[in-house]
Design a protein around this ligand. Structure first.
Ligand code: AMP
Length: 381
């Protein structure tokens, strides 16, 4: 049972189908990408614990695979206790639903390097937090996605605005924020990490990415980086994933500075920047790796096969009828490129509708430009 049926879930379902699995895809709306390739689907609000209990009772899944954060994850502990495998583990899904649990685990329990941080439940606490971590700093709601409610404080005048903005962008009923020191990083990476029940923890070659409005715009693999910083990041990823437990692929995000790697956050599931692996940059895509780890099929080695880049195709307006793509014929004839259209039933500004891919032996800067040019040829209406 897949909880969350977006484009990442869709690729995961396809990977599972190729391993003969039976899938029930769940989301809050009908026609979601992963539902289109699953055997059955359910439409429920996954923040409603009773609704979750109902569909788990109805379908009796062997495995529950969360694809998003906005789920009543507390219920996962019960499912795990009943013998259902929760991916990667109930603890991992529950701790990463909220920035506080995962940050405290990483910084305090495991002891990896992170930006200095404080929490705040009021404007006054935020003012104290800003004083403690220093300006500039970044304010984020504890529960939010895609950079919603996130802003940078550059002077004391920004504090009140940041507080209001964070409250507007908070998801769920939790009105609390984290304020953390601004890390003046040289670049940021996603280190896809594979934990296995019957194999060692493996790492994909690092993925570089560029963010805008809290969402990734382009990603590339491999990110060429200082070997010591990479080793440091691998150790941190191994330690944090071990503390959370279970098998699967994890998107572990780091800021890389001159001093080394800062742990930022982690998703216990395929990561959007990892869509670059759909360009066959590796012997297995992140979705195939996740499927194997979830099913207990050992992976011996993750190999870079060729360089790759991905660039997102976004919608520009609100439209409730089926989107129409144009420019595909032109995009299709660019050598050594590809694209995936997600099949989302409606559009809204900035909604991710497709991804363009470029691959080859050129350096990744060239491939990023190529992926962007393919993305620019594709229009969604
Ligand atoms: P997040 O939602 O925490 O992944 O943040 C989204 C993006 O905002 C990150 O990928 C960074 O580009 C930027 N960002 C977040 N936190 C910080 C920070 N403490 N210092 C600098 N940039 C940050």
């Amino acid at each position: 049972m897949l909880l969350g049926s977006g484009e990442l879930g869709k690729e995961f379902v396809i990977a599972c189908q190729r391993l003969g699995q039976y899938i029930i895809a769940v989301d809050s709306y009908e026609g979601a990408p992963a539902m289109q390739v699953a055997h059955e689907f359910e439409v429920v609000n996954m923040l409603d614990g009773d609704a979750l209990d109902r569909i788990v009772e109805k379908h009796q899944p062997d495995i529950i695979v969360p694809e998003i954060e906005a789920i009543r994850t507390e219920r996962f502990y019960d499912y795990e206790a009943k013998g259902i495998q929760v991916v990667p583990s109930a603890k991992a899904a529950n701790f990463t639903m909220n920035r506080k649990a995962i940050r405290d685990l990483a910084a305090k329990e495991v002891g990896v390097r992170t930006a200095n941080y404080r929490y705040a439940t009021s404007l006054e606490e935020l003012q104290n937090g800003v004083e403690a971590v220093g300006i500039p700093c970044v304010v984020k709601p504890l529960m939010s996605s895609s950079g919603k409610g996130q802003s940078v404080i550059k002077s004391n005048e920004d504090i009140e605005k940041a507080w209001k903005y964070a409250l507007e962008g908070s998801r769920g009923d939790l009105l609390e924020v984290i304020v953390e020191g601004f890390v003046d990083f040289d670049y940021e990476i996603t280190l896809l990490t594979l934990t296995q029940q019957n194999g060692e923890t493996l790492f994909c070659p690092p993925i570089g990415h560029r963010q805008e409005r809290g969402d990734y715009q382009e990603s590339w693999q491999p990110m060429s980086m200082n070997v010591e910083h990479l080793e440091e990041a691998k150790q941190m990823a191994a330690d944090v994933t071990k503390a959370l437990g279970g098998s699967g692929i994890w998107g572990v995000e780091f800021f890389i500075t001159k001093e080394g790697a800062y742990f930022s956050e982690l998703s216990p599931r395929p990561h959007d920047t990892g869509m670059v692996t759909l360009a066959n940059t590796q012997n297995f895509s992140e979705f195939e790796l996740h499927a194997r780890a979830v099913l207990g099929i050992p992976v011996n080695e993750i190999k870079l096969e060729r360089n790759g880049a991905s660039a997102v195709v976004l919608a520009s307006k609100e439209n409730d009828s089926l989107p129409v793509f144009s420019g595909i014929e032109k995009a299709a004839i660019v050598p050594n490129t590809d694209f995936k259209l997600f099949g989302k039933p409606t559009t809204r500004p900035y909604r991710r509708m497709a991804v363009a891919l470029a691959f080859g032996n050129e350096n990744v800067e060239i491939l990023v430009d190529k992926a962007k040019s393919v993305a620019a040829l594709i229009d969604v209406d």
